[in-house]
Design a protein around this ligand. Structure first.
Ligand SMILES: Cc1cc2nc3c(=O)[nH]c(=O)nc-3n(C[C@H](O)[C@H](O)[C@H](O)COP(=O)(O)OP(=O)(O)OC[C@H]3O[C@@H](n4cnc5c(N)ncnc54)[C@H](O)[C@@H]3O)c2cc1C
Length: 424
């Protein structure tokens, strides 16, 4: 991961022969006095909130609208095994596969483990297959080549004229429930969540952040809130949030369109066995089938519209993978915006899908961290990386445990409402 964190971690002292209090206990007591403000209530903010709360820090999350109202509530819903990225970047692919394994353990109710088929439609795809399988294997992604006859037994909805298929452990994520599981667990651990609260200012003194200005749309009031650390997890809006502290952030907001038709036309995730491009993934979500996506760049993530040409192109591509798309009833088309790390003069597909945690100490804003890039599949890992950097910054030797902690059910979020609007 691209990290830019300050100061090396403070190492725990060697254990004394007789029971002096463990360094971890002292750090845990000190952690309770550190207030972390997290900007953004998408999947990334939710995972950060959970991780830091579990490590014992006092955390408040601010979301300008409803929870998951940004990109998180609108993504394609694929649980990426990493196969899609393996040929280009084995590190991302490996990370996806590791997170699939972890999420199945800690958040099973938000995941449908329906597996995926990458199908070869022409000679180029057939030629690409060996490199694809090799890259998957190098990334630790189980993969199995199937004849068309065998693949059709697993997925009768796929194109019967495919040349062959490769099965991988892709799946479907419930884009809404997964973050709610993180949020419910964080709140049960003492975190505060404030929705309809937009961060409009980041305060600092002597080169270090000291708090936020927040507009609470429910009360109509502006509030000043003290914070020792501010995390910018505002997804495609992260550039605007960083600017509140006078900091420039290398980020490219890159929208993409998806189209849903009525009916579950396939039960597995069906992808085109070729380098990533437009309209090459179909994800079944409950009783819908969703094809996506496209990609372009924008300056303002709030000023996007769904291009009509995208819808027609996506439906064309979908028919090649799952022919029943031809007669299916249109359900919806929408666009979401990726918060890609880095800047580019080209279209954006060349930018890495990896995530970055950026510490802004060298920008004159020590204590401010921004997270860019990534994907919903790796949100837990993003939360852990940010929390590791916050612990380094605050000299807390407290390790993360989120990989081994089953999350509360998403319903618990609604059963325990009491802290949602509680002021800090
Ligand atoms: C077309 C498309 C398809 C995708 N498909 C998949 C997929 O199939 N699988 C997968 O794993 N990933 C997928 N992704 C990626 C995934 O959706 C994103 O990486 C992820 O949702 C980003 O979450 P986030 O929390 O970082 O951002 P967001 O969900 O956008 O959250 C940021 C939040 O910050 C809030 N905010 C902004 N400014 C302020 C402020 N000043 N004060 C308070 N709050 C503020 C916003 O309202 C927003 O809710 C897809 C992305 C796109 C665009």
């Amino acid at each position: 991961m691209g990290r830019d964190a300050p100061a090396a971690p403070r190492m725990a002292a060697p254990a004394a022969a007789h029971a002096a209090p463990a360094v971890g206990d002292a750090d845990r007591r000190r952690a309770r006095d550190i207030h972390v403000a997290i900007v953004g209530g998408g999947g990334t903010g939710a995972a950060i909130l959970h991780d830091l709360t579990q490590r014992g820090l006092r955390c408040t999350l601010f979301e300008r609208g409803e929870l998951t109202s940004g990109t998180t509530g609108r993504h394609h819903g694929q649980l990426h095994s990493g196969a899609r990225y393996a040929v280009g970047d084995t590190d991302i692919a490996r990370e996806c596969m590791e997170e699939v394994t972890i999420l199945r353990r800690i958040a099973a109710e938000s995941i449908e483990m329906n597996y995926g088929l990458f199908i070869a439609l022409d000679d180029d795809d057939v030629d690409y297959t060996a490199a694809f399988e090799r890259a998957c294997s190098e990334s630790g992604i189980p993969n199995r080549r199937l004849s068309t006859t065998d693949a059709l037994r697993h997925e009768p909805g796929m194109n019967p004229n495919a040349r062959h298929a490769v099965m991988v452990p892709d799946g479907t994520i419930d884009a809404y429930r997964l973050p709610l599981q993180f949020l419910a667990t964080a709140r049960a651990g003492g975190a505060t969540i404030r929705t309809f609260c937009e961060v409009t200012g980041i305060d600092s003194s002597d080169g270090r952040v000291s708090g936020l200005t927040v507009r609470d749309y429910r009360s109509g009031r502006d509030e000043r809130i003290a914070a020792d650390v501010v995390i910018n997890a505002a997804g495609p809006w992260a550039g605007s949030v960083a600017a509140l502290a006078g900091v420039g952030l290398p980020i490219t907001p890159a929208p993409g369109t998806m189209v849903a038709v009525k009916g579950r036309l396939c039960n597995m995730v069906v992808s085109h066995l070729h380098p990533p491009g437009d309209g090459d993934i179909i994800v079944p979500q409950r009783n819908l089938s969703i094809v996506g996506s496209t990609q372009w760049k924008v300056d303002d993530p709030d000023a996007i519209r769904t291009p009509p040409d995208d819808i027609l192109r996506l439906l064309d591509r979908a028919r090649e993978l799952v022919p029943a798309f031809a007669g299916a009833e249109f359900h919806a088309a929408w666009t979401a915006v990726r918060p890609l790390s880095g800047r580019t003069d080209a279209g954006g597909r060349e930018l890495s899908r990896n995530f970055q945690v950026i510490a802004h100490a060298s920008d004159g804003a020590a204590g401010l961290f921004s997270v860019t890039g990534g994907k919903a599949t790796v949100l837990r890992a993003m939360g852990e990386a940010v929390a590791d950097d916050v612990c380094r910054f605050t000299s807390l030797a407290i390790a993360g445990r989120t990989a081994d902690t089953p999350l509360l059910a998403h319903r618990e979020f609604f059963r325990r409402q009491e802290r949602v609007h509680e002021p800090v």
